[in-house]
Design a protein around this ligand. Structure first.
Ligand code: G6P
Length: 620
C-alpha cells in the first residue's frame, strides 16, 4: 500500500506533492510526509494522520523548492507515529527515500547496518533501505574520483535493491545531487509523468492528471533517473531502454462530494448510473447476447473454454461468488472462485482450457496481481474485470472489461461491487449464448438487465427507512447476515460492510448453514439480517428465519415490496423491488450498504476512512 509521488522540474514542488498525496490517500492515510531539496540539504516534514495534518505542519514550518518526494502511509512495520512516517533519511542526510511495499529481510539487514554504525530512528523496514543506500553511496564514492557523477548514485541504488527481498516502489533523492530523483520498482506500481522541463513519478496516474497526459509505466526491475531535462530508463538485466510513452486517457479525478456528507453515500446513490455505465454499448440485440471490446480472444478460443476461475480479494471476491452462480447457471461452465492470496501460492490443477478472470476495483491489489501472473505463467488466458483504467492488472491481463464506474473514493466498496456483478451477468449471458442459452432466454435477460438502472433508483427509496431502522441497531455488537443462493454472497458482503466501517463483529452465512453453529450465537442482543426476497428458495429461507425468531433473535429482513408475511414476522423490514433471482444481488445489496453506512455514522465512525484499512492493498 502507501502512495508515492515525486517531482523534478520548475514548479513549487510542495503544493504539487501535497495535491498528489491527497489524490493518493486512498492507498493509506496513517501518516504523510514530503522531502524537498534545498540546495545543500534535503528538508523533510512528516506527520502521523491524514494529509491535512501535514498541511498544518507546513503552514507553521514551510518548505519550498522544485525537487521533492512525498508519501502517504498504510503502516506495515512500526506504529503510526511521526517518526515512522516517510520520507526516511539514510546516513546523515545524504539520502532520503519514500517506499511502498514490504522488505522481508529487513531485520537481517538492520542488524548488519547497526554493526556498521548506522543509527535507526524508526521501526520501519524502509529506514533499512535508506541506510543501506547511504552505505553504498559512501562505498561507491570511495571507489570513484567523480563525486558528482549520477552514475555513482545509480550504482549504489542498484546494489541496494539487489540485496532486498520483498516488494518495493522506491523514490530516492540525494543531498549531493540536487536536480535528480531516482525511482525503482519491483512489485509495487510506479508511473512516470513526462512534462516539458519536468518529470513526475507516482504510485498511479492520479497525481499527474491536469499536469501531463504522457506517462511511462515502470515495469518490475526497472529504474528511472529523472532530471528536469532528461530521463534515463534501465532494466536490471537488459540495461538501458528507450521509454514507451503512453497517452493517459479517461483517468478521472472527479471526486466532488456534491451534496452528500460522505463519499460512501454518494457512491451508493450513483449506482443507477454506474450500473447503466457497466452495460452501455454491451448488448447485441440481434444476436441476443453481450459484446465486449477488449477480450482479445477469437470466438474459437472462447468456445474452447471449459472452466473459469474467478480470483479476487475482499468485496471483489464476493462479486466473484455471485459470478460463479451466474456462469454456472446460464453458461454451464464449471466456475470456481479463489481468494487471490491463496491462489498465488496454491498449485491447483488447471486444465488447458481454463480461463482466469481477476476481479478488482483498483487493478492494483498485490495478491490479485500475483495470482494473475501465476496463472499467466502457466499459460492460461487471463482477463481483468477492473475499474481503474490503465492500472497494473488492467495492463497485464491479456484482455479485460472495464466497469466504467468512475472513481470510487470510499474505502468500503459499494458501486464497484454492483458494477462487477453487472459485468459478470453480461459475461454469463455472453458465454451462455455461445453454449446452451436459447435466443429467447438471451432476449429476456437483456430486457431484464436494461430495466435495472430504474429498479435501482426505486430501491434507493428505502434510504429513509434504513436510516430510521439503523438508529435502533447501532448499539449492538454482533450481527449475523443470512441469505441463500444468489443472496448468500450478498450476506457475506453485507457483513463485511458492517465490519469495515462500524467495527461491529458481523458474520455472513448461508441461511441454512446457520443451524450448524452460528445459531448458538442467537440471543436478544444479536440481530440477524435476513436477505429474503421472493424467489425459488423463499420458503426455505422463511423456515431459517422462523428458527431465529423462535430463539428470540431480533430480525431485520430485506424482503420484496408487499411481502406482509415476512413483515409480520420480523422486527424490522426493508422492502426492495421484486426481480428475478439472478438479479437480486444488485437490489438486495443496496439496503445492506445503507444499513452499514447509517450504523457507522450513528457510532461516530469515519465512514470514508475506516481505521486500519486502505482502498488499495498493494502489499501481500
Ligand atoms: C481492500 C478494500 C476493499 C476491496 C479489496 C479488494 O481491502 O478496502 O474494499 O474490496 O481491497 O480491492 P480491489 O481493488 O482488488 O477490488
Amino acid at each position: 500500500m502507501c502512495g508515492i509521488v515525486g517531482y523534478v522540474g520548475f514548479r513549487d514542488a510542495t503544493d504539487l506533492l501535497i495535491e498528489g498525496l491527497r489524490r493518493l490517500e486512498y492507498r493509506g492515510y496513517d501518516s504523510a510526509g514530503i522531502a524537498i531539496h534545498q540546495g545543500d540539504r534535503i528538508e523533510c516534514r512528516k506527520r502521523a494522520g491524514r494529509v491535512q495534518e501535514l498541511e498544518k505542519l507546513l503552514e507553521s514550518d514551510p518548505i519550498s523548492g522544485s525537487v521533492g518526494i512525498g508519501h502517504t502511509r498504510w503502516a506495515t512495520h512500526g506504529e503510526t507515529t511521526d517518526v515512522n512516517s516517510h520520507p526516511h533519511v539514510g546516513g546523515n542526510g545524504e539520502v532520503v527515500i519514500v517506499h511502498n511495499g514490504v522488505i522481508e529481510n529487513y531485520s537481517t539487514l538492520r542488524t548488519k547496518l547497526q554493526a556498521l554504525g548506522f543509527v535507526f530512528r524508526s521501526q520501519t523496514d524502509t529506514e533499512v533501505v535508506a541506510h543501506l543506500l547511504a552505505h553504498h553511496v559512501e562505498e561507491q564514492l570511495k571507489l570513484s574520483d567523480d563525486a558528482e557523477g549520477t552514475e555513482i548514485y545509480v550504482r549504489a541504488l542498484e546494489i541496494t535493491i539487489s540485496k532486498l527481498k520483498g516488494t518495493y516502489g522506491i523514490v530516492a533523492m540525494f543531498r549531493d545531487l540536487p536536480d535528480v530523483i531516482i525511482a525503482a520498482r519491483a512489485g509495487s506500481p510506479l508511473v512516470v509523468g513526462v512534462g516539458k522541463g519536468e518529470y513526475y513519478v507516482a504510485s498511479d496516474a492520479s497525481p499527474l492528471v491536469g499536469y501531463t497526459d504522457e506517462v511511462i509505466y515502470l515495469q518490475d526491475h526497472e529504474m528511472v533517473v529523472l532530471t528536469t531535462t532528461s530521463i534515463d530508463l534501465r532494466h536490471r538485466d537488459s540495461g538501458q531502454l528507450s521509454p514507451n510513452i503512453h497517452t493517459l486517457d479517461q483517468v478521472s479525478t472527479d471526486t466532488d462530494l456534491g451534496d452528500f456528507e460522505h463519499y460512501m453515500l454518494k457512491e451508493i446513490f450513483e449506482q443507477p448510473q454506474t450500473i447503466a455505465n457497466a452495460m452501455r454499448g454491451r448488448f447485441n440485440e440481434d444476436e441476443a447476447t453481450a459484446v465486449f471490446g477488449g477480450l482479445n480472444l477469437d470466438p474459437q478460443q472462447l468456445r474452447r473454454i471449459d472452466r473459469i476461475v474467478l480470483t479476487a480479494c475482499g468485496t471483489s471476491w464476493h462479486a466473484g461468488l455471485v459470478g460463479e452462480y451466474l456462469l454456472e447457471e446460464f453458461a454451464r461452465v464449471p466456475t470456481e472462485v479463489e481468494y487471490a492470496s491463496e491462489l498465488r501460492y496454491r498449485n491447483p490443477p488447471l486444465e488447458d482450457n481454463t480461463m482466469v478472470f481477476a476481479i478488482t476495483q483498483s487493478g492494483e491489489t498485490a495478491d490479485t496481481l500475483a495470482a494473475l501472473r501465476e496463472c499467466k505463467r502457466k499459460g492460461h488466458p487471463t482477463l481483468a474485470i477492473c475499474n481503474v483504467v490503465g492500472s497494473t492488472i488492467a495492463r497485464e491481463a491479456d484482455g479485460g472489461i472495464y466497469l466504467h464506474a468512475g472513481p470510487e473514493v470510499g474505502v468500503a466498496s459499494t458501486k464497484a461491487f454492483t458494477s462487477q456483478v453487472t459485468v459478470l451477468t453480461l459475461l454469463a449471458l455472453f458465454f451462455g449464448r455461445m453454449r446452451h442459452l436459447s435466443y429467447p432466454a438471451g432476449k429476456r435477460m437483456i430486457s431484464r438487465l436494461k430495466e435495472m438502472p430504474e429498479i435501482i433508483e426505486r430501491t434507493l427509496k428505502c434510504n429513509e427507512v434504513v436510516e430510521e431502522i439503523s438508529s435502533r441497531y447501532s448499539q449492538f455488537n454482533n450481527f449475523l447476515y443470512l441469505g441463500r443462493l444468489y443472496n448468500f454472497p450478498v450476506a457475506l458482503e453485507g457483513a463485511l460492510k458492517l465490519k469495515e466501517i462500524s467495527y461491529i463483529h458481523a458474520e455472513g452465512y448461508p441461511a441454512a448453514e446457520m443451524k450448524h453453529g452460528p445459531i448458538a450465537l442467537v440471543d436478544e442482543v444479536t440481530p440477524s439480517v435476513f436477505v429474503i426476497p421472493r424467489g425459488g428458495i423463499y420458503p426455505k429461507v422463511m423456515s431459517n428465519l422462523e428458527e431465529v425468531k423462535a430463539r428470540k433473535g431480533p430480525v431485520i429482513a430485506i424482503a420484496c415490496e408487499g411481502d406482509t408475511k415476512v413483515a409480520d414476522l420480523v422486527d424490522d423490514v426493508i422492502f426492495v423491488p421484486d426481480v428475478e433471482d439472478y438479479l437480486q444481488p444488485l437490489v438486495t445489496s443496496i439496503p445492506l450498504q445503507l444499513l452499514s453506512y447509517y450504523i457507522a455514522v450513528n457510532r461516530g465512525c469515519n465512514v470514508d476512512r475506516p481505521r486500519n484499512l486502505a482502498k488499495s492493498v498493494t502489499v501481500e
